[in-house]
Design a protein around this ligand. Structure first.
Ligand code: ADE
Length: 244
């Protein structure tokens, strides 16, 4: 999957030396060629003399606003670099809050084009004309969309085929979908938080490990894990479960 990032800080996506997207799982996705992140400087498309991408807001007020022309031209130039149609995503605190199901949907697209705004905002006319999906990574304000774009790329990359390999399937993580019994016969699918995990030694500072995990009984272990996932979700994120 090609993922373009349009930014005025392309150096945040530098790959040598490897940074956030060059190590761990996103690094593996890149090394496997499953993901190709291409950062493009919006400034390179500014037609004005000083390659300015921002100006003062009409109506006054603090901060600067990203201008229409550089972003509009950058989007079209970058889209023309590859025939795969790009899903446009604008990272913004005003966007729809990113969830695992959005990440799954984005991971099914052939190509993503992420727009990382900076400054006070982006001229509304170019947002309306480009009609991107607007995505927020949470109810707080970052200095720009770049870190949010990296969060989205990391979350998408780990879902692409072959990236997690033998380490296990992403379906077993927090926010994965589990079949939960709702009656003697029926199960329903729910997204749940993950269960607790343990490794060697068997005893640490006087604390043991739940006996069931040492039993070798995979049926009992899976049942225990599901119970733990449900209990955790109920205690920590009741909003993820139906009421009652
Ligand atoms: N840009 C600034 N804050 C952001 C947020 N919370 N999510 C996405 N993009 C942003």
């Amino acid at each position: 999957m090609r993922i373009d990032v349009l930014t005025t800080f392309p150096e945040m996506f530098a790959t040598s030396p490897p940074a956030a997207l060059g190590v761990s799982i996103p690094g593996r996705a890149a090394a496997l060629g499953v993901v190709n992140v291409v950062a493009t400087d919006i400034r390179a498309y500014a037609e004005n003399k000083h390659q300015k991408t921002d100006d003062r807001p009409f109506g006054g007020g603090p901060g600067m606003v990203m201008m229409c022309q550089p972003l509009w031209d950058a989007v079209h130039a970058v889209e023309a670099m590859d025939p795969a149609p790009a899903t446009r995503v604008l990272l913004s605190p005003q966007g729809e809050r990113l969830t695992q199901s959005h990440v799954e949907e984005l991971a099914r697209q052939p190509r993503l084009l992420l727009i990382a705004g900076h400054y006070e905002g982006i001229d509304e006319r170019v947002i309306e004309s480009l009609a991107p999906r607007e995505v927020s990574i949470g109810d707080y304000v970052l200095s720009g969309g770049e870190l949010a774009a990296m969060v989205l790329i990391d979350a998408v990359a780990r879902l692409l085929p072959g990236v997690l390999g033998d380490e296990g399937s992403s379906g077993q993580d927090s926010f994965g979908e589990y079949a939960v019994p709702v009656s003697k016969k029926a199960t329903e699918t729910r997204r749940l938080l993950d269960c607790p995990h343990y490794t060697k030694p068997r005893e640490w500072m006087g604390r043991g490990v739940p006996e069931v995990l040492l039993s070798g009984d995979h049926g009992r272990i899976e049942a225990w894990r599901l119970e733990q996932r449900l209990a955790r979700t109920r205690a920590r994120r009741p909003d993820m479960l139906p009421p009652g």
